[in-house]
Ligand binder design. Structure first.
Ligand code: NAD
Ligand code: DAU
Length: 334
């Protein structure tokens, strides 16, 4: 099969493209990514010259381009999105454009070209904050931020294309990912890189907010299984049932790097900050046999080690220098 992957130069998308090509030697990928500030060809530089991977720099909202790429492919796995909650609070418009309108463009093209699968990568944030217990797939959506509201809207659009047109869609809703190539605006890579630079670690509010951390390769395997064996029209939660406070995570990082806790700086809280996320992954576990296999302690240590070894990568990403560099190296206009 030939698959159109969107957002495959971002954090999860780049890990997924590499993983999927390894796991599925008969399949190939067209990787459509706009290379926004979050997309980075460094993340997939090892795939340059791979005949089963074709990179296309473009926007998922570009109907003509998406139609052309959909005509050449059999399925879509859709990661591309604006993903940072803080940015959505400051500038929500682009979240509406990419996450909602962009998804609509992809759904239309997928319908027109009778695709065999449309996998929509969503998030646990669409359920909103979970004071106790955990959320199942049938829980109502109460998103808190413009980011999560735009993702919830795209989920509803995807469901409508299954119900109305019979498009073979599947939605996954995953908890917080961590691992290599995550943009250093997100908690874990920001804290690791700041600590390595002996800069302050900005912890929002009291730092007792809880997230369920999942190693990115666990997520990639979940999507791989959903793609091959998931039931169309369904939603699958993906999580590791491993809730930790932000302070737990930050202290773990400081300890692993041998840095002092005095680097922690409590700062103003995020508006509308969700206190706790928790999804119940029983459905994907029982129906598809998926289970997270990486332990938080060892995979987080590995991740810290990766950022220590790749200071060039995050220094370039943090400075924005990579944009000019890629224009020169790859001849791509960003
Ligand atoms: P990311 O921000 O690292 O990457 C997003 C990618 O999408 C970038 O490469 C960017 O260039 C591309 N992109 C953005 N707008 C585009 C457009 N208009 N056209 C084409 N490409 C565009 O994001 P991520 O953390 O890898 O998240 C990927 C997906 O997984 C998102 O849909 C996100 O909502 C979802 N998700 C993320 C997490 C997480 O913890 N990171 C958890 C659950 C779900
Ligand atoms: O839950 C899945 C979601 O996880 C994804 O859908 C989003 O795309 C992804 O960005 C992530 O959202 P969060 O808001 O949970 O992730 P973030 O890394 O921004 O923040 C994690 C927690 O850490 C959150 O409680 C806010 C806090 N935080 C974050 C930053 C960047 C801080 O305390 N300080 C910071 O500097």
């Amino acid at each position: 099969m030939k698959i159109l992957v969107t957002g495959g130069a971002g954090f999860i998308g780049s890990n997924f493209v590499r993983y999927f090509l390894e796991q599925n030697p008969d399949d190939s990928i067209i990787n459509l990514d706009k290379l926004t500030y979050a997309g980075n060809l460094d993340n997939i530089v090892d795939l340059k010259g791979n005949s089963r991977h074709q990179f296309v720099c473009g926007d998922i909202s570009d109907q003509v381009l998406v139609d052309q790429l959909s005509a050449e492919t059999d399925a879509i796995i859709h990661f591309a999105a604006e993903t940072h909650v803080d940015r959505s609070i400051v500038n929500p418009e682009v979240f509406i454009q990419t996450n909602i309108y962009g998804t609509l463009v992809l759904l239309e093209a997928s319908k027109k070209h009778c695709h065999r699968r449309f996998i929509h990568i969503s998030t646990d944030e669409v359920y909103g904050s979970c004071p106790e217990g955990d959320f199942r797939e049938e829980n109502i959506l109460t998103p808190s931020s413009p980011y999560s509201a735009s993702k919830a809207s795209s989920d509803l659009l995807v469901l409508s294309y299954y119900k109305t047109y019979g498009l073979p869609t599947i939605i996954t809703r995953c908890s917080n990912n961590y691992g290599p190539y995550q943009f250093p605006e997100k908690l874990i890579p920001l804290m690791i890189s700041n600590a390595l630079e002996d800069k302050a670690l900005p912890v929002y509010g009291d730092g007792l907010y809880i997230r369920d951390w999942l190693y990115v390769l666990d997520h990639c395997e979940a999507i791989n299984q959903v793609f091959h064996r998931g039931e169309v029209g369904e939603i699958y939660n993906v999580g590791s049932e491993n809730g930790k406070t932000n302070l737990d995570i930050v202290q773990f990082i400081l300890n692993a790097l041998g840095k002092p806790v005095s680097l922690i700086q409590h700062v103003k809280d995020r508006p509308g900050h969700d206190r706790r996320y928790a999804v119940n992954p029983e459905k994907i576990q029982k129906e598809l046999g998926w289970k997270s296999v990486y332990s938080l302690e060892s995979a987080l240590e590995e991740t810290i080690h990766w950022y220590c070894k790749h200071t060039d990568w995050w220094t370039r990403v943090k400075s924005g220098e990579y944009r000019q560099m890629y224009e020169k190296i790859y001849g791509v206009s960003l």
